[in-house]
Design a protein around this ligand. Structure first.
Ligand code: ADE
Length: 327
């Protein structure tokens, strides 16, 4: 049966920290264009007394897609039901979720690229016409029953927009929004707020050094701050630059914010494949990382730093990747 559909919590692996999660648009730092577009879309829908149109959010993990979904439902003044592509295993799971929605609810489907084709096909008419086509029975006596659904807004998130079929993509009539990495200044603001909420004193140099090494990702920034807090607590001292440096060294995070898996990917391309071009599957086999983890989590930041290039013939490590690993 369907798992995880009726509470706003992600599992531990999803790392949605309830204490640090922004609860208002004002607290949500960055992604200014997306916020502005959503504000107009949602306010207009609310004023018309309609449910808002369906919204697709995409981008690397940890940039705040789930938090945006939560803020969308809060703005609409409705409940949010949360589920994910892999949790919807059968058509019946989706049918159960959709028929249990209250009018106007937000349905959040995380990792929507992992929905199976047969489930996508049930979702299309639900998104477009608010109906659910269910086939009852098998063989010649099978018949289709159409159920009318309460109006709802689907907010879907994915790290892999390229895996969504174009019919599915085209049904997000409210818009498709790409979340960007954050600037160091934005991360600094997020960290300052988090440190206040956690009650840990910090100074600007601590904030700046975490901001510089968090892969431009709020989830990672908050994770690093909490690990610094742990070490500071054991030392019985406030978080200092020395504590930050020791934490990074313990976690093997380097001065660009790269961790072991990032360096393993670059190192494999450089030392085993002459700098590339080399295919994703080959890199996955050489490093023991899943191809999807390399593509969704590791590569986007390496590309942003100019350390890696994706070309039609494969991945290439840049000259700066070579000099970074030599240091
Ligand atoms: N935590 C995660 N994403 C955030 C954001 N954009 N602003 C503030 N806190 C966050």
């Amino acid at each position: 049966m369907t798992k995880d559909t009726n509470t706003f919590t992600k599992d531990n692996a999803g790392n949605l920290d309830q204490t640090l999660r922004p609860g208002t648009w004002e607290e949500y730092i960055g992604q200014a264009k997306i916020k502005e577009n959503l504000r107009i879309l949602l306010t207009a829908a609310r004023e018309r007394g309609h449910s808002a149109e369906h919204i697709l959010l995409y981008g690397p993990p940890g940039l705040g897609k789930t938090t945006l979904a939560y803020l969308i439902s809060k703005t609409l003044g409705t409940n949010m039901r949360i589920t994910s592509g892999p949790a919807i295993e059968r058509v019946g799971d989706l049918a159960a979720i959709l028929t249990n929605l209250s009018p106007g609810d937000v349905l959040f489907i995380d990792e929507i690229h992992r929905l199976s084709k047969s489930i996508e096909e049930v979702l299309y008419p639900a998104m477009e016409s608010g109906v659910l086509d269910i086939i009852i029975g098998k063989g010649p006596s099978a018949r289709t029953v159409q159920l009318e659904l309460p109006p709802f807004t689907l907010v879907a998130a994915t790290t892999r927009i390229s895996l969504l079929s174009s019919p599915l993509r085209s049904r997000f009539s409210g818009g498709t929004f790409r979340l960007d990495f954050y600037s160091e200044e934005e991360i600094g603001q997020i960290l300052t707020r988090s440190a206040n909420l956690l009650g840990v004193p910090t100074d600007a140099s601590v904030i700046d050094s975490i901001a510089a090494r968090c892969r431009a990702t709020p989830r990672t920034a908050n994770y690093l701050l909490k690990r610094c807090r742990d070490l500071a607590q054991l030392d019985g001292a406030p978080i200092s630059r020395d504590i930050v440096d020791r934490t990074f060294s313990l976690l093997e995070v380097d001065e660009l914010g790269l961790g072991k898996p990032d360096r393993a990917v670059l190192s494999a391309i450089i030392t085993k494949f002459g700098g590339g071009p080399v295919g994703l599957g080959t890199i996955a086999a050489a490093t023991g990382e899943e191809a999807s983890t390399i593509e969704d989590v590791i590569e986007p930041y390496l590309i942003r730093l100019g350390l890696l290039e994706r070309t039609p013939r494969g991945r290439i490590a840049s000259a700066s990747a070579i000099s970074h690993l030599e240091n």
